[in-house]
Design a protein around this ligand. Structure first.
Ligand code: AHR
Length: 547
């Protein structure tokens, strides 16, 4: 591991210059040495803000895939598993506790085959279909009304992904009408007959999913033309409302530029219009086994967050290039992300994978990065909520187990709807090899052990820091200096810690409480700067306000 101190600014736009590969090659290894030079220095610049941290970046993604919907969200009203009219109570309570702000549905690849009319009306009359992407039966018991009720019970916003691949504009328009239509029509009367006379007012709609891949294998030009056609009608139907449209983007290659160029070539277009968000996806493909990984693989997976940061910076540049002078800004919706370990991808256990503290720390470092991008990231949805990929919970019969990743979302809650603050980090660092993928060669990356984001809640004066010590075995002492807060006296608040004896620890049905946060402890800070020590492989939340 590299003990050279690593300078980082929490303003990620500035980070490019500090993370170059040539810099990454320089450090010297001095294993086991602890001294003052191993101390990290963190300056929180409270009067330099990076924009709003939208609560929607702590969003969830649910797909008809494996056991995500059945039986983690839907068990049916006759089930012995506690439920609200068929909707599973324990998973609702779990998402409510972390204030899950938005839930994306129904896919994923599945969205490109989903026909919403199959999922409304009396359940015993709904067609039984086959889920071609994930090879399992689809009873259609969980459809639009069940999904919207699940969101309501969680206190979350809905976010619907339209079928562009195998669906039509008419089908999409009627789905929008079913959810949001205000006047009596044949379609809104169906909604009323199904028990929902009042419109749902669904605001977030994405026009397709991964349309460069499972969503139709379009090229950017063909998707751009389709997008313009869908939004021509959908936008007209939704005018005067708060509906927002999300276009399918891609973090790799030149898809985004070609998509924007296509929109600009539409007759009468002088600027990019009808796109409020650009959807991008990023998975951290497994570095070694999910549980029995080596120490190198531990660092390799954490270092891979650098690639996501670079791709997001590139995407922000492209968006600015196409919108800055010619139209309203477009927020990034990272509406699928997470660690993807190697696992089977068909049937009821499709994409079911273990979830260790390593995965949770990756999530924490990603969430710190998203916070540091401030208002540029409008939404993010980890994949997926239950029993699939980097989930929040596993279910088995009546039982539910919360994963280490769930607790990361718990510990990040104080950042929701706050202002991101600039941070300056000078930290000992590690170097790790990120595995090569396809055309991308293996590369060595240097990262600071300390990952951090800071925010201020104007209404309460609460300053929140989420600190990750990525060092596998050593605690990290951090000298924290808070500037620009307008007061310099003592501060008090609380701290919460998520760690475990072994970074390979996970929560299982047999041992469900191995990895969970310790008790909330009071915290009082007299001086500024002050010293704070973070245990190895851990996430710590500090919330402070003027004493
Ligand atoms: O989350 C699993 C799959 O990953 C989704 O269905 C698809 O959009 C992505 O490729």
């Amino acid at each position: 591991m590299n003990r050279r101190n690593f300078l980082q600014s929490g303003s990620l736009a500035a980070m490019g210059a500090l993370t170059s590969r040539s810099e990454a090659a320089q450090g010297t290894e001095m294993p086991g040495v602890r001294s003052n030079s191993d101390r990290a220095h963190l300056t929180v610049v409270a009067d330099e803000t990076l924009g709003n941290i939208s609560r929607n970046i702590y969003g969830q993604f649910t797909e008809h895939l494996g056991s995500c919907i059945y039986p983690a969200m839907w068990v049916g009203p006759d089930s012995s598993i506690p439920n609200h009219n068929g909707l599973r109570s324990d998973t609702i309570a779990a998402l409510k506790r972390i204030h899950a702000p938005i839930i994306r549905w129904p896919g994923g690849c599945f969205a490109g085959t989903y026909h919403w009319r199959n999922g409304i009306g009396p359940r015993d009359k709904r067609p039984k279909t086959w889920n071609i992407f994930w090879d399992r039966d689809e009873p259609n018991s969980f459809g639009t009304d069940e999904y919207l009720e699940y969101c309501r019970l969680c206190g979350a916003l809905p976010y619907i992904c339209l079928n562009v691949g195998s669906g039509t504009v008419r089908e999409a328009l009627e789905w929008l009408e079913y959810c949001n239509g205000k006047v009596p029509t044949t379609v809104t009367s169906m909604r009323a007959a199904n028990g929902h006379p009042t419109p749902y007012d669904v605001q977030h709609w994405s026009v397709g999913n991964e349309n460069w891949g499972c969503g139709g294998r379009f090229d950017a030009e063909e998707y751009g033309r389709r997008y313009a056609r869908f939004v021509n009608y959908l936008g007209t139907a939704a005018r005067g409302t708060k509906v927002k449209f999300v276009a399918c983007g891609d973090l790799d290659g030149d898809w985004n530029q070609r998509f924007f160029e296509t929109l600009l070539r539409r007759p009468g277009a002088s600027r990019v219009e009808g796109v409020q968000y650009l959807s991008v996806h990023h998975y951290f493909l497994d570095e070694g086994p999910a549980v029995e990984f080596t120490d190198e693989e531990y660092y390799g997976l954490l270092a891979a967050v650098a690639t996501l940061e670079a791709l997001l910076r590139k995407t922000i540049g492209i968006i600015d290039n196409y919108t800055e002078l010619r139209g309203p800004n477009i927020g990034i919706a990272l509406d699928e992300w997470g660690v993807w370990h190697r696992t089977q991808n068909t049937g009821k256990n499709a994409l079911l994978q273990p979830n260790t503290l390593r995965d949770a720390l990756v999530a924490a470092v990603v969430l710190n990065s998203l916070n540091n991008f401030g208002s540029r990231i409008a939404m993010a949805n980890i994949a997926q909520a239950f029993n699939v990929l980097q989930c929040m919970a596993f279910t088995r019969g009546k039982e539910m187990v919360l994963t280490p990743t769930y607790y990361v979302f718990d510990l990040f809650q104080p950042h929701m709807d706050t202002t991101a603050l600039k941070t300056l980090v000078n930290s000992p660092s590690f170097s790790a090899k990120e595995a090569g993928r396809g055309p991308k060669p293996e590369q060595e990356t240097t990262r600071p052990y300390l990952s951090v984001s800071a925010s201020l809640k104007e209404s309460t004066g609460d300053l929140c820091l989420t600190l990750v010590n990525q060092h596998l075995t050593e605690p990290l002492e951090v000298e924290i200096h808070i500037t620009g807060l307008g007061h310099s006296g003592p501060m008090s608040g609380y701290q919460r810690l998520l760690t475990s004896a072994n970074v390979r620890d996970e929560n299982t049905f047999e041992k469900p409480n191995v990895v969970k946060p310790g008790p909330q402890k009071p915290l009082s800070v007299k001086g500024n700067p002050f010293l704070h020590q973070i245990p190895p492989h851990s996430l710590e939340t500090l919330v402070l306000r003027k004493a």
